[in-house]
Design a protein around this ligand. Sequence first.
Ligand code: F6P
Length: 383
Amino acid sequence: MTRPQAPIRRIGILTGGGDCPGLNAVIRAVAKTAIYQHGIEVVGIRDGFVGLIENNVVPLDAAAVSGILTRGGTILGTNNKCNPRRHMVGRDVHGEPMFADVTGQIRENIRDNRLDAIIVIGGDGTMSAAATLLSDEINLIGVPKTIDNDIVGTEITFGFLTAVATATEALDRLQTTADSHHRVMVCEVMGRNAGWIALTSGVASGSDVILMPEIPFDMDEIAVFIEARMVRPGFAIVVVAEGALPKGGAQVVARHDPTSADPIRLGGIGQAVAEAIARRLDVETRTTVLGHVQRGGSPIAADRILATHFGHHAIQTLMSGKTNRMVVRQNHIFDDVDIAFAANRQRLVPVDHPLITAARALRTCFGDRPPVHASGARPAVVV
Ligand code: F6P
């Protein structure tokens, strides 16, 4: 929505959700564009929405954001537990968590800090939290962040390509040890509901089996496929998204935190798959869980560039008079959508995605029954 342009004099920047390579690059692009191009005063909000609840705000001048382009993490701190409508405010006498709606407190602190807009950098959880605050008084401009690449409305999120590069390097390294020891190496990567990291790093590394949440797997299909691979070349690499699940089964939950707005943490499917393979076949298996290694460290060049575009576009969107938008990229063009559009939804990998089609043609196993060829023949497992 576009409204008559109220002067934008002072803005806040907030990073929410899990950390992600490129967060600092966005902060820098937002702050420098705002300061240099528009003479806007910029403040940083500490630890995501928690900083707005506790009124923890720091000045961000050009010097404060200088030299951070290549740094991983976020100089502002972040938090992936906060839901403003149900924020944990303490524990009762029995040790049970107590929750309160703190949206009023947040609005008050936004007013006290004289913020004309807030640039909210985060994933679907952060966009959902932002959506709960929407009102005529507040202008929130979202920037889509997540290594999972699963935000609705944008074809890519910053951080994803760095995570894929990290996972691909790990899979390449696992291949040499798999080869030497004639083992099946299973690598669990992140990706809660969407298998973008598993698919992309799996194809980039030439992994034999790619398991992702969008294609529930069948252990028997995997076993037949791997048995053939163990004859020649004599080893196999399996990449599994943490959210992958067997047909008719459930995701593996590592822990549950009822105090969090994001209570479920997945993990363990890699080990379960490795054990199931070892039970079915007379092979040695090993499991590697990449975990937060995929989220840490310096962003690769492509993510620094994407983050810079997103940060710059966020200020352009704001200065064009638009309100409550999330910047996106579609067909390589930077654009914006309603910020609430991305709330509580995920962009999954379509099962007919061209990369899946290409990988299947190269005989990559997705843990399901291989589709029938145009000729009518089901591809044989070739040794
Ligand atoms: O949403 C990004 C993500 O990296 C998921 O893939 C993963 O399940 C989750 O964050 C882990 O979050 P935490 O930092 O709370 O362990």
